[in-house]
Structures are given as C-alpha cells and as structure tokens.
Design a protein around this ligand. Structure first.
Ligand code: SF4
Length: 376
C-alpha cells in the first residue's frame, strides 16, 4: 500500500472558508511543476514499495493543470515508480474547469477518478462561499464527466452554511442522488482562523454557522445516503460497496504515503514530515536541492493518538489488539477511558473493536481528545 499525494497550490478564487495552502496568482506555475518533479526524484526512496496503489492530485485546484503539466508530472513519476490499471488515480476538479477538452486531457493521462468540488447546487450558497462556479455549472459538470466515461466520480458537498436552509439541503441531497454517483464526501462548514470567513464573522459582515442546524443536516445526509445504499465508512465519506476511496482509506488505516508540493505531508510509519507552505520558498528550496521540510519523529503516544483520531472516524473503529502494540500504558489508559464513552452511548463495542455510535459521530473530536494519551 503506497500512495503519492501531489499538492497543486493554485486556485482561481479564494473561497471564503478555505484554510488550505494556495495562491490565486498562477505566475509561478511553471517553476512549481519543475520543483514538484524535482521533489519526486529526490524522494523516490521514501516509500517502502515503489509500486503505487494510489496517486492523488489535490490542492488547491489541480484541474488547472494543462496537458503539458500532467505530461511532465506523469513522466517523472514513471521514472521512479510503477503503477497499473488497479491503481486509483484521482484528480480534484472544480466545476468551472470541467469541459470536453479538459476531460479528454484527464482521460489521456489515465486519471480514473475525479473528485469534483460541487459544494452546493444553489447559487446563494456558492456566492456566499465565494466559489468560482455557479449552480448550473455544478450540475452540468457531473453530467459531462459521466458522459466522458468517468464512472468513478466523487463529489464534495458542504452542509451547515448559514445560507443553506433545511429545504435547500434536502434538495442538494436529492440532486446528488439523481446522478447515481458512487462516492460522496460531505464536510461541515467550519470557521477556521485566518480565513476571510473568520474575519467576516468577527466584523459582523456574515453570520456564523448554527451548530444545531449543521447537526440536523448531517443527520439528514446520513439517513438519506445510507437508505440509498451508500456505506458511511468515514465520518465525511460515503461510498457504494466497492467504491471506498483507496488513497484516503490507506491514509486512515495507517499506510505510508509520500506528499509532494508545498504544504504536503508525508508519513512513513515512523516519522511525519511536511513541506513549507510557501510557493516561492518551496520552489527555491527544491531547485537548490535544499528542501524546506520539517520532520517529526513519532513517539508511541503520538502514534497511538493518531490511530485513535483517524480510526474512530471510520466504520472499522479502533481495535484493542492494535492499541496494545503502542505499549501497555496506552492500552490501560484506553481501557479506562473508553468505558465512559461506551456507557454514555457514544461508542459501541463489538468483540475487540470500538466504533462510534450514531450519537458519537456528532462528537468525534471530543471523544478522540478524551482518549488521547498525554506523555508526562
Ligand atoms: S478551490 Fe478548494 S483549495 Fe481553492 S480556495 Fe476553494 S476550497 Fe480552497
């Protein structure tokens, strides 16, 4: 299980809620592609296995990549890694970039999964979010991708925006279902510091999301998707059987991955490293063969905490045998703390596995924090 993540740090517009690393200036795009290709070569031995189970273009907006950019990147990956037709190759695409020409470029490079940033089928929501696309494009792009033969599609939706009424959310779900897409990711609108939305709320130019409405919209989403045959396999992710995301599932299940590009994180089971979230400094570092990367050696406590945080969010939950591998102290601490969550109805215990209940899914972060082990 080895995956590569490529961070493409450019966007046409800054969505008001977004705290990912990106620039709305494409001035450094060519140098960025060159630096990304250099990093792929420099870090070719990072993964224990050079055969890739997944390649994931994220960002930012990777659908801004042109044919020549993809050619450079794929040619570089193929010099150092192998993959086959079973390898999941995902590209995140924004609706305003999807047209017959771009779809045919994505096909040409054997991208076999598109992740489309729809977010909502309503103009009110999209304008409030400052998205680059409109509601008409949101629907048209899904149809265009399906017509071009992209059966393996996933779309992103956001619930809990102040503009999204319960009626609108119900319609977003029914419109989504009408496309019969095999995978859906849905995230709660959250207000992150240093975003335009944070500033707008602070200065009373916008109202904050209502947690109760967000919780109700999450419940509506889960019950509708599950009753239409989707497996709720991770808190924010739903897949028809056989359509779980390979790349992200490997990440949640603790497999190694190599992150390329500014701000990208990598994990090799012993360490976590991350590149500087600055386009110019990333490029200068790579081109001078002096990458600006930080590395953290993971203690047993950090490994345990990461396992709790990611594992609990999945339908497989966490397993006591695995927890014992982090040491007897962590196992004893987990056993002591988890009893309270089980008694409160937040966690189910089935043999050696512990997973969130429907109620617990509303409090995943709080529950994980209660189970975290802090080294003295
Ligand atoms: S397109 Fe995606 S990465 Fe770019 S600003 Fe919007 S949410 Fe952030």
């Amino acid at each position: 299980m080895s995956g590569i993540y490529l961070h493409i740090p450019f966007c046409r517009k800054a969505c008001h809620y977004c705290n990912f690393h990106f620039s709305t200036s494409l001035r450094l795009k060519d140098e960025m592609i060159e630096a990304i290709c250099m990093e792929i070569g420099m870090r070719k031995n990072y993964l224990p296995n050079s055969h890739l189970t997944s390649i994931y273009f994220g960002g930012g907006t990777p659908s801004l990549l042109k044919d020549a950019d993809l050619e450079l990147i794929f040619k570089t990956i193929s010099k150092h890694f192998s993959w086959d037709e079973m390898t999941e190759i995902t590209l995140e695409a924004n609706p305003d970039d999807i047209n017959p020409a771009t779809l045919s470029t994505f096909k040409k490079w054997e991208i076999n999964r598109l992740s489309i940033g729809v977010q909502s089928f309503f103009d009110e929501d999209l304008k409030w979010m400052n998205r680059a696309h409109n509601a008409g494009e949101a629907e048209r792009c899904i149809k265009a991708a399906q017509d071009a033969g992209f059966a393996n599609l996933t779309i992103d939706l956001i619930y809990g925006s102040p503009t999204t009424t319960m009626e609108m959310w119900k319609k977003n779900i029914s419109t989504t279902l009408s496309f019969d897409i095999p995978h859906i990711s849905s995230y709660c609108m959250t207000v992150e510091e240093k975003t335009a939305l944070f500033h707008q709320i602070k200065t009373q130019q916008s109202i904050a999301p209502d947690p109760e409405k967000s919780a109700n919209q999450f419940d509506m989403l889960v019950s509708n998707l599950v009753s239409h045959g989707y497996e709720h396999y991770e808190i924010s992710n739903f897949g028809k059987p056989g359509h779980h995301a390979i790349h992200n599932t490997n990440y949640w299940r603790g497999a190694e991955y190599l992150g390329i590009g500014p701000s990208a994180h990598s994990f090799d089971s012993k360490t976590r490293s991350w590149n500087i979230p600055n386009n110019k400094k990333y490029i200068d570092g790579m081109l001078a063969s002096t990458p600006v990367t930080e590395v953290e050696i993971l203690s047993d406590a950090t490994k345990y905490n990461e396992y709790i945080m990611t594992g609990l969010r999945t339908m497989w939950g966490v397993n006591t045998l695995k927890i014992q591998s982090f040491g007897p102290e962590k196992a004893a601490y987990f056993n002591k703390m988890v009893i309270k969550e089980v008694a409160g109805g937040y966690i189910n215990k089935i043999e050696n596995d512990f997973m969130l209940t429907a109620l617990g899914k509303h409090f995943a972060d709080r529950i994980a924090m209660n189970l975290f082990f802090i080294d003295e």
